[in-house]
Design a protein around this ligand. Structure first.
Ligand code: ACO
Length: 437
């Protein structure tokens, strides 16, 4: 809807332009008409890291970063975390509506139908070194699914898309569990489709010689809540990658692998692993003030703090703190929690963090719970990738159905040389400092 127009006067030429504004945004393409002359390409927006550029219209997730609000398809995250299962929320995110009991039964059945991995995928996993990082194995194995389902390239076929979505949601816990078992040198455990989504995952992770794995219900519910909290988060780095790669009509397996690769970095989903390393480095509560001084001096970052969008407490961190209490009733309180609570207390009273509106994000407490549940820190980002696959797929689908979307291809401001005369080999003088040597 047009909100009125923005009047821009170009002081270079004295010309005035009326630019339509809709939904609080102008279209960057409308700036192109602003030129200094016929040779001028036209005005562009320059926005490294997309600080102020909307790349799409989306109806999946709403965030108000100032107020600390997160909603999936209009429903507050608090209600969903309290009252739904992860697969119920996955259905909501993917279809736009909460399922009826019958719709949920069908959906759960579809996901269960696709939990097995092809035996060649198992062999593929065996090729990784014993100490391979689980996230590297996860990314590569998800990409390798593309070789098993070549029909997934029909990305414009809605029926094919639905099938690949069911396959991916069904298989990512199996892949994640296999990466874990591989790193321990244990045999893989096949999925058990009589179990719920989190229980089946725990079964594939931790079952040893017992005939039936019994998941602790409190821990299974905590895992399900963590999955709900991580399911989508609008246009974050990995979702933007999913949309960018998917925009070339690459298949959903390689697109999801690319999104998972983006997630693996320590500034994004890799932060949960980095938080645990940081807490280990701090070691005890009394060393918190000294660490905060190092953060303020710019020597290190306070991992699990700060967010591009939230300038208030991340609502997911609040729910995770509540979930942590339930988990610790079963596992016993983690000594790392004391350090984390003290870090939060000191930081939230300190001007450096107050001025910059730096609050704990989703990753600050999640690692402590995961560790208490028995996961190694290297698995934390894989645990993030399982539910986020749902968000990536919902956003991928939305992108493909949006008639305004095309292959994602930003512009650049060229800063290199003008045209240069070619220099034959015998006349070249070494100028490159290190890269090529
Ligand atoms: N510790 C210390 N200072 C910080 C932190 C932090 N964690 N985060 C931001 N700042 C400071 C910056 O140094 C900067 O200060 P300045 O204005 O004096 O230069 C100011 O706060 C603004 O920070 P930016 O880096 O401009 O914020 P940006 O939006 O680009 O970055 C990010 C967001 C990447 C999440 C950042 O806060 C960060 O690196 N946090 C730690 C890593 C982390 O926890 N990532 C997980 C995010 S949630 C997720 O992806 C699931």
């Amino acid at each position: 809807m047009e909100d009125k127009r923005l009047s821009i006067t170009d002081e270079r030429t004295g010309s005035t332009y009326k630019i339509p504004v809709a939904d609080g945004a102008l279209r960057s393409m409308d700036l192109r008409q602003i030129k200094t002359g016929p040779e001028d390409f036209g005005l562009m927006g320059y926005d490294p890291a997309f600080m102020n550029t909307a790349s799409c219209r989306s109806s999946v997730t709403f965030i108000d970063g100032e107020k600390g609000i997160l909603r999936y398809r209009g429903y507050p995250i608090e209600d969903l975390a309290e009252q739904c299962t992860f697969l119920e929320v996955a259905y909501l995110i993917l279809t736009g509506e909460l399922p009826t009991a019958q719709e949920l039964e069908v959906w759960v059945g579809q996901v269960r139908h696709h939990t097995m991995l092809h035996e060649t995928t198992k062999k593929f996993l065996e090729g990784f070194r014993y100490d391979a990082h689980p996230m590297g194995m996860f990314i590569s194995t998800v990409a390798a699914l593309s070789t098993i389902y070549p029909e997934a390239r029909n990305v414009l076929d809605p029926a094919s898309r639905r099938l690949q979505i069911q396959r991916l949601v069904g298989k990512v816990p199996t892949i994640a569990a296999y990466t874990y078992r591989h790193s321990l040198g244990y045999p893989y455990v096949y999925p058990d489709n009589e179990l719920s989504y989190p229980e089946n995952f725990m079964n594939m992770l931790w079952r040893m010689v017992e005939p039936r794995y019994q998941a602790n219900p409190t821990l299974a519910r905590a895992l399900d809540i963590l999955f709900i909290l991580h399911a989508d988060h609008e246009q974050n780095c990995s979702t933007n990658t999913m949309r960018a790669v998917g925009s070339s009509q690459a298949d959903p397996y390689v697109s999801t692998a690319a999104a998972a690769a983006a997630l693996s970095g320590p500034l994004h989903g890799g932060a949960n692993e980095a938080v645990l390393k940081m807490l280990d480095e701090i070691g005890s509560k009394d060393r918190v003030p000294a660490y905060i001084e190092r953060v303020k001096a710019g020597h290190v970052k306070l991992m699990g703090f700060g967010h591009r969008v939230y300038k208030n407490y991340d609502p997911r961190a609040r729910i995770i703190k509540w979930t942590a209490d339930r988990v610790f009733e079963v596992t016993g309180r983690s000594p790392k929690l004391e350090i984390a609570l003290e870090l939060e207390r000191v930081a939230l009273e300190d001007d450096y963090f107050i001025k910059r509106k730096l609050y704990p994000n989703v990753d600050f407490y999640s690692g402590i719970i995961y560790q208490a549940m028995g996961f190694k820190p290297e698995m934390f980002t894989v645990l993030f990738a399982i539910p986020r696959t749902v968000g990536w797929l919902a956003q991928w689908q939305e992108m493909l159905e949006d008639p305004e979307q095309k292959i994602a291809r930003p512009r650049q401001i060229y800063t290199g040389h003008g045209k240069r005369e070619f220099v034959p080999m015998e006349k070249r003088v070494a100028k490159v400092a290190s890269a090529a040597r």
